[in-house]
Design a protein around this ligand. Structure first.
Ligand code: MEV
Length: 311
């Protein structure tokens, strides 16, 4: 059993299907090239955490995992490095949950295969997100691009998606950290579903159609227009109320110059809405627009590898 280990796990973006996926509809999701790296050792006497979030958050996660793994690991030294933006819909907490679960399973000599790792990480994710679909955990564990569906609490299915289409460049822009947590935005949608089940179910079914369209597009089974699929997805997410007024304004101005954009992940209701995914058929137009407005764009890299033991 190793007494020290370094594990890394990727963040993600949901291409289509966020929120609907909590209620049993599919999602298309990709791991991206932003990772959390955890160095865990049993060597030092004190507990040190750097720099993500609070020590309290990490302590609580260790306590939870200790109960599940049922193995004493003594005192731990944990150093965290992450380039996944926190609270922006890019799966930073899931990546942490996956990486720490994998590290502790390995350090206690338990089966650290992907099924065990993701099951354990899902228990942790439930602690801070209440009712997550598990899509963030699965993608961070498996990497690549996945088609995912939560059938029941304990039964999730997914399939790897091979990108057969030469994808145009897609960009991310950070609208800022939402005031609401993912737990709260998920709660907001669940409330809407309770109040108007047939209306919201219809929105979810429309989201599923878009997700299927995108799946067929990237696997080259059908020739869809990427822009209109993403735009429809955004409109449906707006109907769920998870896009803030200022984010909608920005997205409308991107649309006005011929592009499209959608939130990715939980979104945000009042002020910021986390990352938005942007596409423009004429790349340079978008780049000029961003330069004029001083918006920092990041190119999305699809299909990063899943949780990994680092040398
Ligand atoms: C968060 O990345 C995606 C949501 O659909 C929540 C979840 O699936 O657990 C908003």
């Amino acid at each position: 059993m190793p007494s020290q280990i370094t594990v890394s796990a990727p963040g993600k973006i949901i291409i289509s299907g966020e929120h609907a996926v909590v209620h049993g509809y599919p999602a298309l999701v990709t791991a991206v090239d932003k990772r959390i790296k955890l160095y865990v050792s049993t060597l030092t006497k004190s507990f040190s955490v750097d720099p993500l979030s609070s020590k309290k958050f990490v302590r609580e996660s260790i306590t939870t995992l200790r109960n599940y793994i049922n193995s004493p690991f003594g005192k731990l030294n944990i150093v965290i490095n992450s380039d996944i933006p926190i609270g922006r819909g890019m799966g930073s907490s899931a990546a942490y949950a996956v990486a720490i679960s994998k590290a502790l399973l390995l350090m206690s000599g338990k089966n650290s295969g992907s099924e065990n790792t993701s099951k354990l990480a899902y228990e942790l994710e439930k602690k801070y997100h209440g009712n997550p679909s598990g899509v963030d955990i699965s993608i961070s564990t498996m990497g690549g691009v996945l088609w995912f569906r939560k059938e029941t609490e304990d039964f999730k299915i997914f399939s790897r998606v091979d990108i057969k289409q030469r994808l145009p460049e897609l960009f991310l822009y950070d609208t800022g950290k939402p005031e609401e947590t993912t737990k709260e935005t998920v709660g907001h949608v669940s409330e809407l579903l309770k109040k108007s089940p047939s209306k919201i179910d219809k929105v979810f079914r429309e989201i599923e159609k878009v997700s299927r369209g995108l799946l067929e597009y990237i696997t080259r089974q059908k020739n869809y227009d990427l822009g209109s699929l993403l735009q429809t997805n955004e409109r449906l997410l707006e109907e769920l109320g998870v896009v803030s007024p200022s984010t909608k304004l920005l997205i409308r101005s991107i649309e006005n110059m011929g592009g499209v954009a959608k939130i990715t992940g939980g979104g945000g209701l009042k002020k910021a809405s986390g990352m938005i995914l942007i596409y423009h058929p004429v790349r340079d137009k978008l780049v000029n627009f961003a330069e004029k407005r001083k918006l920092r764009l990041n190119v999305v890299k699809f299909g990063a590898k899943g949780v990994t033991i680092e040398k």
